[in-house]
Design a protein around this ligand. Structure first.
Ligand SMILES: Nc1ncnc2c1ncn2[C@@H]1O[C@H](COP(=O)(O)OP(=O)(O)O)[C@@H](O)[C@H]1O
Ligand SMILES: [Mg+2]
Length: 303
């Protein structure tokens, strides 16, 4: 295995998921059917996928000084993610409350809490972690200025950076140009391209707007329609890995990105890493949930 590690710099959330037939009416206390408590946050999810595939993975982020924070760290360690660079904040641990209705529709609210609490001291510590890493992975569930500074740090230290620009937000031009690989889904791609991108055809017709933005590699994931790997004026369609029994697609994007980071760490080309990531994400959608559904390397090899 190569030297160094993957550092995922991002969010950690404690998710409470309730399955219920419908939403309560105003003033009503509705009795839900079941509840699941899960570790979440795009950052933590991507770290879990990467660690489950077997590369050394460090989570860098913030949780609160509360029980939810303790539980999240315990869960991450259980999946093999190193947590010594997760700091504690006076703010509450990030929280998600998700209602999944009988027809499959999802209503979610989140508290940013500790995920929004980064000061100059935290950035100083991050520089040490980033400079010794091989790959850094970022998303936009922590403050954008932090993400921008980490991208610039990575570039300064010659560390490969992957930015999953989700949820889509305005990012400074300098940081975007320094990112080695930008990963967006259809709705995020639409935000950055300023055009509606909702399938392979529209993604292909507008991909040069995205590559012009970063000057580097852009991956557009298209859900059940696969993904598109774009570089300059070239693009490659990466088909979805077909699975019969799709159960739930939450975490598909995070699984894909964690697996792409693994691929790059192992020295695969972008295209090889995308094909591998598509396979990994396909296994994830055959199970309920995100972190728990993500496969180990053995399970991917069996697939
Ligand atoms: N139903 C599916 N069957 C197989 N693979 C899937 C399915 N849905 C998503 N994937 C894989 O996961 C990747 C990421 O999914 P996508 O929905 O685009 O991400 P996000 O969760 O960020 O919206 C896709 O590019 C595809 O490779
Ligand atoms: Mg999607």
């Amino acid at each position: 295995m190569p030297d160094g590690y993957v550092a995922v710099i991002g969010s950690l959330n404690y998710d409470v998921l309730m399955k219920q037939e419908r939403l309560p009416l105003k003033g009503e206390t509705y009795v839900a059917d079941t509840v699941f408590y899960e570790g979440g946050g795009k950052g933590a999810n991507q770290a879990v996928q990467c660690a489950k595939l077997g590369v050394p993975t460090y989570m860098v982020g913030k949780v609160g000084n509360d029980n939810f924070g303790d539980i999240l760290l315990e869960k991450l360690e259980g999946f093999g993610v190193h947590t010594e660079h997760v700091g504690r904040s006076d703010k509450d641990t990030g929280l998600g409350v998700v209602h999944v209705l009988g027809d499959g529709s999802v209503y979610a609210s989140i508290i940013t809490g500790a995920n929004g609490d980064f000061g100059p001291e935290d950035l100083k510590k991050m520089e040490a972690v980033v400079s010794a890493s091989r790959i850094v992975v970022l998303q936009l569930e922590i403050p954008v200025p932090v993400v921008e500074q980490v991208i610039c740090m990575a570039s300064r230290h010659g560390v490969y950076s992957i930015l999953n620009a989700a949820p889509a937000k305005a990012i400074g031009r300098e940081a975007l140009e320094k990112v080695d690989c930008l990963v967006v889904n259809e709705s995020e791609a639409s935000f950055y391209a300023g055009e509606t991108i909702n399938d392979e055809k529209t993604a292909i017709s507008h991909f040069e707007k995205l590559t012009a933005l970063t000057g580097g590699t852009v991956i557009v994931t298209l859900g059940e329609n696969g993904s598109l790997l774009c570089k300059g004026q070239d693009h490659v369609v990466v088909p979805v890995a077909k699975v019969e029994d799709v159960v739930e697609t939450t975490g598909a994007g995070d699984s894909y990105i964690g697996a792409f980071a693994y691929g790059k760490y192992m020295g695969k080309t972008d295209e090889e890493a995308c094909r591998f990531a598509a396979k990994v994400a396909a296994v994830t959608v055959t199970k309920v949930g995100a972190q728990g559904a993500m496969p180990l390397l053995e399970e991917v090899e069996l697939f």
